[in-house]
Design a protein around this ligand. Sequence first.
Ligand code: ZN
Ligand code: ZN
Length: 465
Amino acid sequence: MKTALLIDEDQVVRESLARWLRQTGLAVIEAADGETGMALALAKKPDLILCDQLAPRCNGFQLCRFLRAQPDALPRPRIVLTTSGGFGVDRQGALEAGADEHLVKPIFQHDLVLLLESFRGNGGTSFTTITTQPRRAKPPGEAAEPLGDGVIPPGPMSVRFWGVRGSLPTPGPSTVYYGGNTSCVEVRADGQLIILDAGTGIRGLGLKLAEEFQETPLSMTLLISHTHWDHIQGLPFFDAAYHSRNRLRILGYEGAQAGLKSLLSGQMESPYFPVGLQQMPGHIVVEELKDSTFHLGPVEVKSMFVNHPGICVGYRINASGGSVAYLPDNEPYQRYKFHTAHPEFSDTTEFLAYGQRMDQKLADFVRDVDVLILDAQYDLAEYQARVGWGHGCVDDAVALAAQACVKRLFLFHHDPSHDDEKVTRMAEWGRQFVTTLNESVKVDAAREGLEVILKPTAAAEGALQ
Ligand SMILES: [Zn+2]
Ligand SMILES: [Zn+2]
């Protein structure tokens, strides 16, 4: 083993790993994103690759699958996927994709050395140093090719909840007020119709659009946070996708197991559904995103990978009328790292510091947003029993919103076992908790049918439900 390739967006992580790798006699080359990393892997043929599972522009699973599929291009390198999370399903996904090992951050020098020793066998000891600069990021504006066409009549920016439930649809008398449909939120801004996730709530949106626009052709963008069922299962029932006059762009990131298009098509294969994705009469395009900032017409959209099993992102929409952030599934790192640290093996303080730094990035991502829609599936006591499930609690959602000076927080992804009374109590606790923090975030529980008009005029204020 002579050369190691490090792929991680986080410079702090890269610096310490590179130092330790060099101390073992390895030459180290670095990349801040997966695409650059892939190019370096093919050009430099490293013996060891450490790649962040959530590397931007080409995630670790993708990189692994691609390299393993071309044994001629690259002699078999050792590949280690690294992750901030540590969900069991991710380790399984990494090994299935062809990784030799899967390490949870923060990574300690001792663990890295042990791993290298296990790889090294009788390997050589003489290494040369190669220094390669990470590719320069595109300057802002260069990547911004507009993706959508505006069709929505001018008006204030609005947010409407069509599905607020997590995990599983839960219709019935105990969920009438908040609703039982899974994740779907409609945002209208600057002429763009943007749909966040396609849980079962998207069915109601389709019916409403048909009523509102009738025969007028529609151009819509559907942003997928991830492909767990509760975020895609309504798509086969989205009326607007059944009219050839309509155009639907589906945007998201490649999943842990396969591409976005094959995952979306998979749930519509004949054993599960009578109409395939390609057979839907609407003009449907599925595009995998690489950049974390892109534009839909004049609207700027930013994405950020969050702590949830597999590949999952949150979106932030910045428009002329305001800003909305949508993070339907997320487990804050700090509390998670506290619970998963093993004091007998490692330093809990270091785990906590790492978690704090990661949560700070999330706070920066949602800073000053007008509306934050955030995973608050559990109350604190429930969370303690579900650490590592990929979801958060009310207390952490409120604390994040307060830290980031968010104006309005909507608790989202309600647990299927929570009835209306329980969700109301959780929202009340959230409001109480805000006052104990001495902050002014307005806290509510998201509910189906609720429309929020940003910066409302006097007339629009009256229409607010
Ligand atoms: Zn979910
Ligand atoms: Zn999920």
